[in-house]
Design a protein. Structure first.
Length: 436
């Protein structure tokens, strides 16, 4: 007689009561997690290379985060900052304003999700500039709400059947060097994809009616596409020459993911507005918009806000996260992890033809799988097979990219050397199996 596992019983309930559209990539149900390890309800242990989609940079259930949450929950969990404010949010705004790039005064606003942060950044940019146009990019992902879904590039599954979309959104090619949309080669191209913005003003939207350009410094769902170092400095100059604000979406790439607190720190860029979420509060629902004080403060009182915006428990978690980065030298750890990971992935690329490209920054790295290195035909089914192989072996991996053929790494920065090596070895075992 077959014995049903606990997860099968949960799956049966789920099929009856949870909406089908709210799907999951795996069949396990989590019971506990610590650091870079996850245990499911059946007792199986997994090494986590996904981090809840880039949310657990400080690791699952970090003791300092847990202690901060418990302490705040015992005091109060909600008052609505717009009714009865509290110090925890004010302190967090101060710390994030100091940490964000920019040699100018800054101010912060808090919401609950990354999509809310993006929506509010767009609202603020439009209010301040008195313009309406927003420029976004191919392969971009900025959320699933009406406005952010309109900014997002990939149709399936994010946009299919959910139109019509928000107006005044204009999309231009990104600096995808492996699949250059202009058919050029870096560095002889002189980063023509950035200069193209000047032409874009002629053929798509006038500079005079454009409020902001929004971009991920390293594209997340789009495949960890990473531009050359000249790209964002060029874009910034063109934007500022035309009175256009630059919104830096650091929701996935921020909070130490690339070896620096913000990915744009690698290029010395000072964005006008920055959006944060994911690892900001180590799993608690919190997002932020940080920006130039004169831009942030231009909005009238109560023009931005929300009932749960900047929840005190989530703010305490975020303050603990910032303390962990400082006290445990997490940026240095992230940088070292990224260098070690890059060596291993470059070695895999040399050995296995299925790996067409290795890209990213710090430990935010990815493998683009292709059927043929000459044609660069996306190896979509192979990517799915690799994710499943690794899951069966006890490693949680995520795919991404417009074609779904990119394997990304988002392991907690606190992962141990033993866990790292075991995870990479499982990845190699899976890639080898695909290559036979």
């Amino acid at each position: 007689m077959k014995t049903s596992s606990k997860s099968e019983g949960i799956s049966e309930l789920r099929s009856k009561f949870v909406a089908n559209g709210f799907s999951s990539g795996t069949t396990c149900y989590v019971q506990s997690a610590e650091g870079a390890l996850i245990r499911d309800v059946n007792g199986k242990e997994f090494i986590d290379f996904a981090g809840g989609i880039g949310v657990m940079n400080v690791g699952h259930s970090h003791p300092k985060v847990v202690a901060a949450i418990k302490d705040q929950a015992e005091k109060f969990t909600h008052t609505c900052f717009m009714v009865l404010p509290y110090e925890e949010l004010v302190k967090l705004a101060q710390k994030l304003s100091a940490a964000a790039p920019g040699s100018f005064p800054k101010a912060a606003f808090f919401a609950n999700s990354g999509a809310e942060a993006v929506e509010n950044a767009i609202k603020i940019a439009r209010y301040h500039t008195k313009r309406t146009g927003i420029i976004t990019f191919e392969n971009a992902f900025h959320g699933r709400t009406l406005l952010t879904m309109s900014l997002t590039s990939k149709v399936k599954p994010y946009k299919l059947g959910f139109g019509p979309f928000a107006p005044e959104i204009y999309r231009m090619p990104y600096a995808y060097c492996y699949r250059c949309p202009f058919g050029l080669t870096y560095p002889s191209c002189n980063v023509a994809c950035a200069d193209y913005l000047n032409e874009f003003f002629i053929s798509h939207v006038a500079a005079e009616t454009t409020a902001a350009l929004i971009a991920e410094p390293v594209q997340g769902e789009g495949g960890f596409v990473t531009p050359p170092p000249e790209y964002f400095p060029k874009l910034m100059k063109i934007c500022h020459d035309n009175g256009i604000l630059f919104i830096d979406d650091e929701i996935q790439s921020g909070m130490g993911r690339t070896g620096k607190m913000f990915a744009v720190n690698h290029w010395g860029v000072e964005p006008d507005l920055i959006t944060l979420a994911k690892s900001l509060a180590a799993g608690m629902p919190l997002s932020a918009v940080i920006g130039r004080q004169e831009v942030m403060n231009s909005v009238h009182a109560s023009g931005i806000g929300g009932t749960y915006s900047g929840n005190p428990v989530a703010c305490r978690a975020a303050l603990a996260v910032l303390d962990i980065f400082e006290e445990e030298n997490l940026l240095e750890r992230s940088d070292a992890l990224g260098k070690k990971l890059r060596v291993r992935l470059d070695e895999l690329q040399k050995e296995y033809e299925i790996i067409g490209d290795v890209r990213g920054m710090g430990p935010m790295l990815a493998l683009e799988l292709v059927k043929d290195r000459e044609t660069k035909e996306p190896a979509v089914e192979e990517a799915k097979a690799l994710v499943k192989f690794c899951f069966d072996k006890g490693l949680i991996l995520l795919s991404c990219g417009s074609f779904g053929n990119v394997i990304r790494t988002l392991m907690p920065l606190v992962i141990t050397d033993e866990q790292f090596e075991k995870g990479i070895n499982i990845m190699e075992e899976g890639i080898k199996a695909l290559s036979l």
